[in-house]
Design a protein around this ligand. Structure first.
Ligand code: PEP
Length: 257
């Protein structure tokens, strides 16, 4: 089954609203033609509505960097999927920085995923092991556990709208990336096979799975030429217009159907 590749730029806590809008304005025409590729940017909450407005006639979609699982209520600092709905198509959840610094638990990732799907949005669920877990040979059982926990109670029919981002924590922002073969092997055995066990082969074949961790134009082809890697969740390289555009162009060339 042909899965549409997805390149998503996670801008993290970077770029003011003005800078974000200017970036989106410059980026959009450079990548507009590559319709084979789903193109997504995730600005800060502060810039999100302005970027969504800038991109409203563009094929480039907007993602939020998080959302709460309740629709509204006494949750200081939080933003719900229901509130995000007019502005975004995707929501990134379970990012390792949120897990590490903000105490994001597997249970809350699952609650968020269900709320995002219920609003008709698409979650990008990040999973991945630490360096210590990698070195101890615990990657596959750990990532399997995260994948099982994240999709608890999600119907097979909704899984096609879920994107999973496999991001080894030791490769995020470090300049060290996993090899394409290693990333594909982990994605196949710990992510796609786990979805297949829970929801069947057809569903597992429909789910898009990204690699993330120091992706840049120079290594993008190595990842995208793998059969189980359907795109990338990109931090650092997504902050540069030329690099982001190059990643999209490579995705269209390598994975465009
Ligand atoms: C990320 O934060 O999701 C990420 C992959 O970052 P970087 O590309 O900078 O490693």
């Amino acid at each position: 089954m042909a899965r549409r590749p997805i390149i998503a730029g996670n801008w993290k806590m970077n770029k003011s609203p003005d800078e974000s809008v200017a970036f989106a304005r410059e980026l959009s025409p450079k990548i507009a033609a590559y319709s084979e590729v789903e193109r997504v940017v995730a600005p800060t909450f502060l810039a999100m509505t302005a970027v969504a407005s800038e991109l409203k006639d563009s094929p480039v979609k907007v993602a939020a960097q998080d959302s709460h699982w309740q629709a509204d209520g006494a949750y200081t600092s939080q933003v719900s999927a229901a509130m995000l709905k007019p502005f975004v198509d995707y929501v990134i959840i379970g990012h390792s920085e949120c897990r590490a610094y903000l105490g994001e638990s597997d249970e809350n990732v699952n609650r968020k995923a269900k709320a995002i799907l219920a609003e008709g949005l698409q979650p990008i669920i990040a999973v991945g092991e630490s360096l210590a877990q990698y070195e101890a040979g615990e990657t596959v059982p750990f990532v399997r556990f995260q994948v099982i926990a994240a999709q608890d109670g999600i119907a097979a029919a909704d899984m096609a709208r879920v994107v999973i981002a496999y991001e080894p924590i030791w490769a995020i922002g470090t300049g060290k990336s996993a090899s394409g073969d290693l990333a594909d092997d982990i994605i196949r055995t710990a992510v796609r096979a786990t979805i297949a066990e829970l929801h069947g082969d057809n569903t597992a074949e429909s789910v898009r799975i990204q690699y993330g961790g120091s992706v840049k134009p120079g290594n993008m082809e190595e990842f995208l030429s793998q059969p189980n890697i359907d795109g990338a969740l990109v931090g650092g390289a997504s902050l540069d217009v030329e690099d982001f555009a190059a990643l999209v162009e490579i995705a269209a060339r390598v994975k465009g159907h």
